[in-house]
Write a protein that binds this ligand. Structure first.
Ligand code: KIV
Ligand code: ZN
Length: 393
């Protein structure tokens, strides 16, 4: 059975408030979760996984409040394949304009043997019963095959078939342990979409962890295999090495439309603000060289790069800082900076020096940069002041 071509619109499913919050040290207060959810919605995120309602009374209350306040976004609550979890998730999200229950069960032999202690047939029965229960509570049900990437394809297809028959509308095939490589992740989606009856009636979703640093690459490969929902988190926070980073997914799709012919509904100019908010509320710093939102993502220090940037910014930037909500490229002054960038920096600071004075200050600056790790604007101002003072001596 050939799989029909899905649309080009990619659904962005943010799980910062669930999988993101699950990582050690990233817990957020009730108020902080509501603030993050409001920002996610205003950015154009399609689905917000607001939490795991059975986990605690606090989680239930924040999911319920986020659901109540939501306008356009689908609000999802997570539930294990347990009747009580599903009922609680249903109760939490029911007040949303667009509620979703997201239920999951492990499908890999490792998890069946060691974690669940169930047979394949027992798990199939659990899938049918729990998805049907969720579908009785809400129209929109997502089912996830936990550890899908370590599940034999024949059994994975039987599980997906059972979930679709019981009423699942989205099928998520997570790389729970961050084990997959892009080609095999894409092939898994292709195989499932080709083999399972009814696969053309549901949306397939990626959910990738970053244990091998491949979460974003795998998510994009999932699109090539026919997935049209990507599960991700701001700043890539999440269990262990984290989840696929939302900002990287959105900007890869936007920047490489030539080879990634998809679209998202996310307003990319809000990415920096959202990243800063999540970092502040979780107290998780963003690494300096983090793609898209790290403080060095639009900073240039090498002389050759700074010279190129001053001539034309496409020489060393593949996207504009403004497109992610940063006001300006920054030319960082250091030992690798050249005269051209130094002169521009002086202009920015309000100085116009003659050629001799410029040469003098530039040499002193190079000397200083050799000794000092960071050269700040104040250091450069001091050098200019010294030059002006010595000219008056
Ligand atoms: O990584 C995972 O498999 C999950 C599921 C609950 C979707 O987070
Ligand atoms: Zn996960």
């Amino acid at each position: 059975m050939p799989a029909s071509a899905p649309s080009d619109r990619v659904i962005i499913f943010d799980t910062t408030l669930r999988d993101g919050e699950q990582c050690p040290g990233a817990s957020m207060t009730y108020e902080e979760k509501i603030e993050v959810a409001e920002l996610l919605e205003s950015m154009g995120v399609d689905v917000i996984e607001a939490g795991f309602p059975i986990a605690s009374q606090g989680d239930f209350e924040s999911v319920h409040e986020i659901a109540k306040r939501s306008e356009k976004a689908v609000i999802a609550g997570l539930a294990r394949a347990i009747s009580g979890d599903i009922a609680r998730a249903g109760e939490a999200v029911r007040v949303a304009k667009r509620p979703r229950i997201h239920t999951f069960v492990s499908t890999s032999p490792i998890h069946l043997a060691h974690q669940m202690r169930k047979t394949e047939e027992q798990v199939l029965e659990i899938i049918s019963a729990t998805v049907a229960q969720a579908r009785n509570l809400v129209e929109d049900v997502e089912w996830s095959a936990m550890d899908a990437t370590r599940t034999p394809i024949e059994y994975l297809c039987r599980c997906v078939e059972a979930a679709i028959k019981a009423g699942a509308t989205t099928i998520n095939l997570p790389d729970t342990v961050g084990y997959a490589v892009p080609e095999e992740y894409a092939a898994m989606f292709r195989a499932v979409r080709e083999r399972v009856p009814g696969a053309d009636k549901v949306i397939f979703s990626t959910h990738c962890h970053n244990d091998l640093g491949l979460a974003v690459a795998n998510s994009l490969a999932g699109l090539a295999g026919g997935a049209r929902q990507i599960e991700c988190t701001l700043n890539g926070i999440g269990e262990r090495a984290g989840n696929a980073a939302l900002e990287e997914i959105v900007m890869a799709i936007k920047t490489r439309a030539d080879v990634l012919p998809y679209g998202t509904g996310v307003d990319s100019t809000m990415l920096t603000r959202a990243s800063k908010m999540v970092s502040a509320v979780t107290s998780f710093p963003v690494q300096y060289n983090k793609a898209i939102v790290g403080r060095n993502a639009f900073a240039h220090e090498s002389g050759i790069h700074q010279d190129g940037m001053l001539k034309n910014n496409t020489t060393y930037e593949i996207m504009t800082p403004e497109s992610v909500g940063v006001t300006k490229t920054s030319l960082v002054m250091g030992k690798h900076s050249g005269r051209h960038a130094f002169r521009e920096k002086l202009k920015d600071l309000g100085y116009e020096l003659g050629e001799n004075a410029l040469e003098d200050v530039f040499n002193r600056f190079k000397n200083l940069a050799d000794r000092k790790k960071n050269v700040y604007d104040e250091d450069i101002e001091a050098l200019v002041d010294q030059e002006i003072a010595s000219a008056h001596d």
